[in-house]
Design a protein. Structure first.
Lengths: 301, 301
């Protein structure tokens, strides 16, 4: 799983900082998560093969999380895209996009499929053989979801020396990987667990931005491999969290600790701070494994 | 009059080229003309004091000319703007902007006044003591206007040695500047033209993008100091003008020549061309005074 941060600052785009957008490479999917103004330029800057994006997940309808979407959709049209594009986001996003396409008399050379969200409960919004995506209801000034991207458990692994010793024909290997007991060449039933190993632990990534400190989201984040959690403020501006419904680095760390995640990635920094080191310091008081998002940074889990 | 090019490329924004946006400094106004995605970053990059922008002119509702507007409006809100913002653009722009502000539950700390355009005739859309702005109907795939920004004629200039010789009291100077005949200290009527000089010739700037070759716009452009005219294509791609309703550099030069403008500025280049020199070369065959727009370039008339 590979996460590329395209932008990790709050509010307004500036010359050297971009609003929220990231690309998750998971089991051969390229998922775009949020799409602030300028995201298509960031995709080009960091050489992401963005024609491969087929699914876009929008957390909420504040501009720094979606104003770049209509531009990306238009660019896909200009580039002659034919593949479907699925957009998951709050109710209203379809109206915004279609109104602009209509008034620009845009032609549709590829299908756009909107999955509008309005549930206040976590729900499964995407699933295929290898991946599941769930929403994580958050607490912000407008309806907002985080997302958890989960690999499904893979096949069991053959313990090949045991398989050979047990005299199992090659034609049964697939069955073994799927967890079945099989018959060997001598007609004996071989127990699956004697000749196979557990699959690799499935990885998962959770994105939580924007949100106030909201422990109610913890059950949905339990044990994820990596959690990106917004940290708009440092403790010195903690008093601003209430009215803006944002979090501090410490809040993010508290969620990471309660959910027992593998790694915490901080981002969505207020542009008032000249340097970011204090975000890491303040979070590490609560939770050990903290990384700072930076525009262009790639995380591999 | 000072024109700052923020972006002068067609279609999609890229790392080193921006879509259409420019700022015209005229008689203490800062007029923003078109507002492609990323315009607010370009305003910061080129250190334009963008809180001074009170009037935005949008030519048409293709994304490369207006997708940056909602972001700029939102940033003005975040920066605590209180001054009115006037937006002149095709019918539909109000619905697009208000829908996005509504769904983002944005608060209004400053008034936005929409002036929606739908006339197919040239019309006066802005006027104060010093400046007039007219639309220039163009020919494109959607309803599109160019704009002409005109200084009004200034006061007549005193020919001070003649004024003294004619024994005119200082209290009459303002009347003289306004063109009136006045009485001198001896009770004689002094003819205005004997003691004043013509005012400086008022300057004017015309913006024409996007458009097919459209000689019908020439009457509105007659004698302007500078004309920015789109030149999406070189002659080698002239065949693409018909379906896209764009112009070549040669087309732009033909309009400049027919309208007898002072200077032609080319822009809105297709991103297919690695260099721009040929645009100037092809235009100069028809019209002599040709300049190439470049992102960040400032023209002073």
């Amino acid at each position: 799983m590979e996460l590329t941060i395209l932008g990790c600052y709050s509010a307004t785009p500036r010359v050297n900082t971009s609003p929220t957008a990231q690309v998750l490479n998971i089991k051969n999917h390229l998922f775009l998560i949020d799409c602030g103004e300028g995201t298509q330029v960031q995709l080009r800057r960091y050489k992401v093969k963005f024609s491969r994006i087929k699914h876009v997940f929008i957390s909420h309808l504040h501009g720094d999380h979606y104003f770049g979407l209509i531009g990306l959709i238009s660019t896909f049209m200009l580039l002659g895209r034919e593949a479907e594009l699925h957009i998951y986001g709050p109710k209203g996003i379809k109206e915004i996009i279609l109104l602009q396409l209509k008034l620009g008399k845009a032609w549709f050379n590829y299908p756009i499929i909107f999955h509008e969200l309005e549930s206040k409960e976590s729900e499964l919004i995407f699933e295929d053989e290898k991946v599941e995506v769930y929403t994580v209801p958050l607490k912000h000034r407008v309806y907002t979801n985080g997302f958890v991207f989960k690999e499904k458990p893979g096949d069991r692994k053959l313990n090949i020396s045991e398989v050979v010793k047990a005299k199992i024909d090659v034609s049964y290997y697939q069955k073994l990987k799927q967890g079945f007991d099989v018959e060997n060449e001598e007609g004996l039933i071989i127990s699956n667990k004697e000749v196979t190993l557990d699959p690799n632990k499935p990885k998962s990534y959770a994105f939580c931005s924007d949100t106030a400190y909201y422990p109610e989201c913890v059950p949905h984040l339990k044990g994820v491999t990596a959690l990106y959690h917004e940290s708009t403020f440092l403790n010195e501006h903690k008093h601003m969290c209430k009215s803006t419904r944002h979090s501090t680095a410490e809040h993010a760390a508290m969620i990471a600790k309660e959910a027992n995640v593998g790694q915490l990635i901080l981002g969505h920094y207020s542009t008032r701070y000249a340097t970011l080191d204090k975000f890491k310091e303040e979070a590490e008081v609560i939770f050990k494994n903290v990384e700072l998002a930076k525009d262009g940074k790639v995380f591999t889990f």
